[in-house]
Design a protein around this ligand. Sequence first.
Ligand code: 13P
Length: 249
Amino acid sequence: MRKKIVAGNWKMNNDLSATEELVAKLQKKLPETDAEVMVAPAYTNLFTAFEALRQSPIEVIAQNMHFAENGAYTGEISAEMLKSVGVQTVILGHSERRAYFGETDDILAKKVDAALAKDMTVMFCFGEELNDRKSDNHFKVVESQLKNALFHLESSAFKHVILAYEPVWAIGTGETATPEQAQEMHKFIRETLAKQYNDTVAESTSILYGGSVKPTNAKEIFSQPDVDGGLIGGAALKASDFIAIIEAI
Ligand code: 13P
């Protein structure tokens, strides 16, 4: 059975005290759930969040990392550094990293390998831009993103891979994919996994949806058979909204 997951990507928001505050609220109000709950604070706040959530089922994850083990990469963070502050899971391939920081499929393939080599779990993000969807190329784009950054992996590696489909046109725009659009793409992704690997990989890999998930639309999106949860941006910054989204799963 694949895992249900609700993850909050805080992006470049929340300083140390805002992190402490939000984490305390989440810990206090976390509802009973069989879903895994994760939060991704900024690098500078990972350790504080990890310490505060030690006794909580909420997992603290990172938003990015570099592929090198160490060295002259000013401003970068390695897998070992993340692990040393308690982080076991890292988001890779977010569309903001691709768009603003030049992360290509090739770079992402290296990052995926580096994280898995250190026994971390990768939450791999991908998704088409508006033009791709308008020109009916969305399936092709998604398939090539998966192929170029992930499909060199052995099937056994997928035990440590979570997929997050995030159509770029739905991120931070208030425009959400309809539940039918999300289901259609998630089903396609699962079929692509089955074709590339096998049914076990396809059926056991969690595929999250991300892009303007809110308390008002979460339930309908999460009720789609191939949607295993969500990667939440804006709505994860407000404890009551994030809790409501967890309740929706
Ligand atoms: P929003 O929920 O703000 O659209 O962001 C989604 C996202 O990018 C999560 O990684």
